[in-house]
Design a protein around this ligand. Structure first.
Ligand code: CDP
Length: 253
């Protein structure tokens, strides 16, 4: 089979040209990186799990009317997605203080925030994805006021959906990051959720024990990352209830 043309390779995924105009094939790698790729490893099975989990979340979002780029899963590691023009901002939603917010403002990890907080970071690895304000976003033309209003609305809907879904399986959604893309339907443009939604881009804590079930397991050397993601997938019913990490690769397709 002729090899597809690579459009872009990131830290955890590769984008290939899709079979039809306006589509891409998104391939999930096993590579894990943290601290702007200063720490890296290959976690066998991570790509397979994230492909499945992102499919699950994006399909659910679509079902409640939140538009996403997801079209269909193609195989264990690939999904067909809509081509979008990515807005160069990472949109972070926080329910509890953790990570850089806790550090920056001297908040205790896990302390409750007065309300969900939406933050924007410039997508620029060389600069370490710096936090930016609305002033920066408008002044440098990264997005318009209308875009920003739509991005906040989308991000908060994703937050409500994901928080509820996770609460139902005994997991707290502490924070997460999404990326948003622009698509055109004729002259009419709208914003949709793109990239991935997976434990790579969320903080997920077990409600009972506080156990971390997300990429912090890798960042902070807290155990086996694939085991943590398998646990999330198992609770959500994305893996059979009796799936164990040992049998992970054979059970997920
Ligand atoms: O994760 P880190 O402490 O570096 O940064 P954060 O600002 O506290 O991250 C908030 C949330 O966004 C966490 O769930 C991160 O996993 C996620 N995030 C991400 O997926 N990709 C980034 N480049 C930055 C944050």
């Amino acid at each position: 089979m002729a090899r597809r043309k690579k459009v872009y390779e990131g830290k955890a995924k590769i984008l290939y040209e899709g079979p039809e105009p306006g589509t891409y094939v998104q391939y999930f790698k096993d590579d894990a990186t943290a601290f702007n790729a200063e720490k890296r490893d290959v976690i066998e099975g991570k790509g397979v799990l994230n492909n499945r989990l992102s499919e699950f979340f994006m399909t659910g979002l679509g079902a409640i009317g939140v538009p996403t780029h997801f079209l269909k899963r193609l195989n264990m590691r690939e999904q067909l997605v809509r081509q979008v023009e990515i807005i160069p901002l990472e949109v972070i939603v926080r329910n509890l203080a953790a990570g850089t917010l806790a550090t920056r403002l001297g908040l205790e990890e896990g302390s409750t925030l007065p309300r969900p907080i939406v933050e924007f970071c410039l997508k620029d690895d060389k600069l370490g994805d710096p936090l930016v304000s609305e002033e920066h976003i408008f002044a440098f033309g990264w997005a318009s006021q209308q875009d920003l209003d739509d991005m906040v609305a989308l991000a908060l809907r994703v937050n409500d959906f994901m928080s509820g879904l996770m609460y139902g399986v005994g997991i707290k959604l502490v924070d997460f990051k999404i990326e948003i893309g622009r698509v055109w339907d004729g002259d009419y443009q709208r914003l949709i959720v793109a990239d991935e939604i997976s434990p790579d881009s969320c903080r997920l804590w077990d409600i009972e024990t506080g156990q971390k079930l997300d990429k912090d397991v890798f960042r902070r050397d807290l155990g086996d990352l694939a085991d943590a993601y398998t646990e999330v997938a198992r609770r959500l019913g994305v893996l059979p209830a009796n799936a164990t990490p040992m049998t992970r690769p054979t059970l997920i397709n």
